[in-house]
Design a protein around this ligand. Structure first.
Ligand code: SF4
Length: 266
């Protein structure tokens, strides 16, 4: 059992890079679970756990990138490329409402035909038709790309999207926030600094975001810890400066079926 680490947790001390590695190498799942649960109860004293019902909507699958872990995208010009019509998006939201859902998570590829005006019109339409639905939408790579194709700064883009109805931003596209890994698995997606910059700008503008990690491909354990520390550093900075930051951390493991990265020998 990593006693030293538990002592730190009990005393509210920050864990270091080395502590993170030790936890990753610890094979005693009950011990790790105990420490995680201890921390959760310490931070959440009322011991109430909540959930919401939401729905993912992928508004376009057209993408200029070619991430080797992605089975979703279609290149520009593909017969299988789509942009969902409003009627289809509306129908999906009506189904969600019938199930008492309250939020949509809407994301898509980096589609060069969709500039800022497309998103402003769409969000305004959704907010006027479904004012009760929380728009948890886009991702750092999409926002960075919309800014680029619309000839705007990231901050200008976010101000316009927020004005049109964006409520919060999901943490997708983080994969592993280390550029060695990002260039190995993606082609033109935003780099680590740009991903962090989009989230920092959201927090500055009062927009909460989430953070993700896709693990289990070409990254090392050290790079996983580096990823976690970058997110923790930004969370510290955002909460101290703006009182807003990440509201959740969502890790998921790489799915190797039907993607080029899955057939590569790592
Ligand atoms: S940017 Fe997103 S949609 Fe495009 S290839 Fe990468 S993961 Fe797929």
């Amino acid at each position: 059992m990593p006693d030293k680490i538990f002592y730190k947790i009990e005393n509210g001390e920050r864990l270091t890079f080395e502590d993170g590695l030790e936890l990753y190498r610890c094979k005693e799942l009950p011990v790790l679970s105990f420490m995680a649960d201890y921390m959760r109860r310490k931070k959440k004293k009322d011991n109430v756990v909540t959930y919401i019902i939401d729905r993912n909507i992928n508004y376009t699958n057209v993408c200029v990138d070619k991430c080797s872990f992605c089975a979703f995208y279609r290149p520009v010009g593909s017969d299988e490329g789509y942009v969902l019509p409003y009627e289809e998006i509306d129908r999906k939201i009506e189904e969600l409402i019938n199930l008492e859902g309250i939020q949509i998570l809407m994301q898509g590829g980096l589609n060069p035909k969709l500039k800022i005006g497309y998103y402003e019109d769409l969000f305004r339409h959704l907010k006027s038709k479904f004012p009760q639905i929380w728009l948890h939408v886009l991702s750092a790579p999409e926002i960075d790309y919309i800014a680029k194709v619309s000839d705007l700064s990231v901050e200008e883009t976010l101000i316009r999207l927020k004005t049109a109805g964006l409520d919060s931003v999901p943490g997708a596209g983080a994969e592993i926030l280390v550029d060695r890994v990002r260039t190995a698995i993606s082609r033109g997606k935003c780099d680590t600094d740009k991903w962090l910059n989009v989230h920092a700008t959201c927090h500055k503008l009062g927009i909460t975001t989430t953070a993700t990690m896709m693990y289990g491909h070409v990254e090392t354990l050290e790079e996983r810890i580096e990823h976690l520390l970058k997110i923790r550093d930004l969370q510290d900075a955002s909460l101290s400066k703006y009182g807003k930051g990440f509201t959740a951390f969502i890790p998921w493991n790489f799915q190797p079926d039907n993607v080029p990265l899955g057939t590569r020998e790592n």
